[in-house]
Design a protein around this ligand. Structure first.
Ligand SMILES: [Zn+2]
Length: 374
């Protein structure tokens, strides 16, 4: 790769990570927007060192990292229905994130092995009455020490606990909900969930578990060159997520318990028991042969209009989970804090790992001191 292209890709990836516009960076670097844009698109053959230095400072990056070949992750699964324009850059940022994460685990000697590795191998040789995704969901819950009737109150915390690295990212395009991959140094699994405000919490929870399903069911399918979704695999990951979040015996119990209620009320009450979308409930009813999906969807639309006196949008989640659900990753932040406080990494390296500016990082560090007495 040409040097100017490498520089261009690095500064663009970093700028997007910090969610800055080209104008922001140009201003901070005392460049014209046109001048900055030329460098970012790789059109300047030999950018001046002084210019690159000021860009690096604006992006809170050590100058040397501008010249590093972008890291690529071979073991990633990123498939989307539509063509995702920024695919390559998302993959690069995932590679960097997993690499930094594994590096921190190394310097702190705090690795967390993947607790479901055993489950994955058990599932691959399973030939029983259940489908593989349903069996995998059952084994995964057991490995996580979840009781059959135990709702999942904090899916991200649970994933981190069993050794899956989780990251929330906001993206400008809506072409996908999540992706997953394996770190290059220690083969640790990582999941990125699209955290756009337009996506319901139910959907984010489901996406995180859907990716866990891929990690368990499709280990051999992690290949960066595959861009298109395979319907069968997507269905399997969806089935895994549905049965992991809502074990069927428990669902049936709830459904019967509410037998005197209207179907609309039953769907809306039960979706809140399991923190799933109403569509997940409809899909389960379809699985049981109870309804036809299109008719059930129409029924929900009609009843919602009557009960709520307004139309239900096709992407709207009725009676949605609010901000009270703790959809947050915390392990990486904790590792960064330990490494910074132990002088194992610099503050600006910590900021870089967390995708923050130095100023934001210093603010966060001050808040670290809100320690509990005793
Ligand atoms: Zn998928």
């Amino acid at each position: 790769m040409d040097r100017q292209v490498i520089i261009a890709r690095n500064i663009r990836a970093r700028r997007e990570e910090l969610r800055l516009t080209q104008k922001d960076v140009a201003e901070r670097s005392s460049l014209s927007v046109a001048g900055y844009r030329k460098i970012e698109s790789g059109k300047v053959e030999e950018p001046r060192m002084a210019t690159l230095t000021s860009i690096a400072v604006s992006l809170n990056l050590p100058l040397m990292t501008l010249f590093e070949e972008p890291r690529s992750l071979v073991s990633v699964r990123f498939r989307a229905q539509k063509k995702v324009r920024v695919r390559q850059r998302i993959i690069e940022s995932m590679a960097r994130w997993l690499e930094d994460y594994e590096y921190l685990e190394d310097v702190l000697d705090d690795h967390r092995p993947f607790k479901l590795a055993q489950v994955a191998s058990q599932v691959s040789t399973y030939h029983g009455d259940d489908s593989k995704p349903v069996y995998a969901a059952k084994l995964a819950r057991e490995a996580m020490e979840l009781e059959e009737d135990e709702p999942i109150l904090d899916v991200v915390g649970l994933l981190e606990w069993i050794g899956i690295k989780v990251r929330m990212m906001k993206y400008t395009n809506d072409g996908f909900f999540g992706l997953s991959g394996w770190g290059s140094s220690y083969n640790s699994p990582g999941v990125i969930v699209c955290d756009n405000n337009s996506i319901s919490t139910e959907r984010k929870i489901f996406s995180a578990v859907h990716e866990m399903g891929h990690l368990l069911l499709h280990r051999d399918e992690y290949d960066i060159s595959h861009e298109n979704e395979i319907k069968e695999h997507e269905d399997e990951a969806n089935s895994f997520a549905s049965h992991f979040l809502m074990p069927d015996s428990r669902f049936q119990e709830k459904w019967r318990e509410l037998s005197g209620k209207s179907a609309y009320d039953r769907v809306m009450i039960i979706k809140r028991v399991f923190d799933v979308s109403y569509k997940t409930i409809l899909m389960r009813l379809v699985e049981h042969g109870a309804v036809d999906y299109a008719e059930a969807q129409k029924y929900i639309y009609n009843n919602h209009r009557i009960k709520e006196n307004r139309k239900l949008g096709s992407k709207t989640e009725p009676y949605a989970i609010g901000r009270e659900y703790p959809f947050i990753a915390r392990r990486l932040d904790n590792l960064v804090r330990q490494a910074v406080e132990g002088d194992l990494i610099t503050v600006s390296r910590g900021a870089e790992i967390l995708g923050m500016s130095n100023t934001d990082m210093r603010q966060v560090m001050q808040e670290w001191n809100w320690a509990l007495a005793g």
